[in-house]
Ligand binder design. Sequence first.
Ligand SMILES: Cc1cc2nc3c(=O)[nH]c(=O)nc-3n(C[C@H](O)[C@H](O)[C@H](O)COP(=O)(O)O)c2cc1C
Length: 336
Amino acid sequence: MKIKMPIKIDTIILEDNVLMAPMSGVTDVPFRKMVRKFGAALVSSEMIASRPTLDEYKRSKNSKNCSYKKESPLSAQIAGCEPDIMAEVAKINEQQGASLVDINFGCPVKKVVNNFAGSALMKDLPLATKIMESVVASVRVPVTVKMRLGWDEGSINAPDLARIAQECGVKMITVHGRTRSQLYNGKADWKAVRAVKQAVSIPVVVNGDIYDSSSAQEAMEDSGADGVMIGRATYGRPWAVKSISCGLQGLGFQTPSLLNLRDAVLEHYELLLSHYGVHIGNITARKHIGWYCATLPDVDEFRGKINALSETQKVSTEIKSYFDGLLQSGIAAIPA
Ligand SMILES: Cc1cc2nc3c(=O)[nH]c(=O)nc-3n(C[C@H](O)[C@H](O)[C@H](O)COP(=O)(O)O)c2cc1C
């Protein structure tokens, strides 16, 4: 494999074409720090719901909790259905240091689509157009769009929406190769993304079910896309973006040893505590610890112990003693 392609998103040149996907409840500040530590050309925020965010911003007049200045380059993803509100929120995110603003036309979640946002906008191209026009006009940073193939099998319109996006001044399109009706079922159709690539001249990124460098290569070959976006493959593997990128370039990547993994878990835990405080930090950590250790022995018992603890010192001690036990039993590598 030898696929190394920088992606030029208007004024921003990313040396690497393997991008981290936005994921609500996952790609928060601590997770982004972990992904960045292992290496990623671009990180992405969680989805920002425009109206509640704007209301909160006006109430608190306080942007210090949401500064991206140390995270550059970062893509801030906004969702909503009101062009003016989305434009304002895009501007706030630009002021907070976002390098890109991404518009969400892909979220399949009922709460979002029932509010005519996310993938529901693929059923309303005039409103999607107004949103893109309004957001593009409001910021100087490049605006990108993330979409699905369409609402359902009978209404595949990603190429049409992509063409309109380009006309509106959008600078990159990411396509998750599923329809909204599919949710996360079935398999992402990378070949269907080719029609989007053929419809526009701006970069197109293919997304969905890419877990390693061979699936990344296959997705790029099937779609003709300029890059790949990686979501769930980063669960418990914040190095996945870097390792896929190295694989695509024909470079070696040293997967962290079990000792490195122990240190990563402890570091991520500390980041969660300092970002969220003890209560939310502990709750959030349980999910990540489960992912980090999913392929390790006796994980259910370990998770049970962690989930029962609330004192941070005890959690750290439990993590250390679990990993020390594995290391002493001769396990040094992370099982696939
Ligand atoms: C827990 C979770 C949260 C997600 N949140 C978002 C989001 O906030 N914005 C978005 O555009 N996509 C979101 N997605 C979709 C992912 O970005 C990605 O398109 C999808 O997971 C397919 O890629 P993958 O197979 O690499 O995970 C989310 C997916 C998951 C699993």
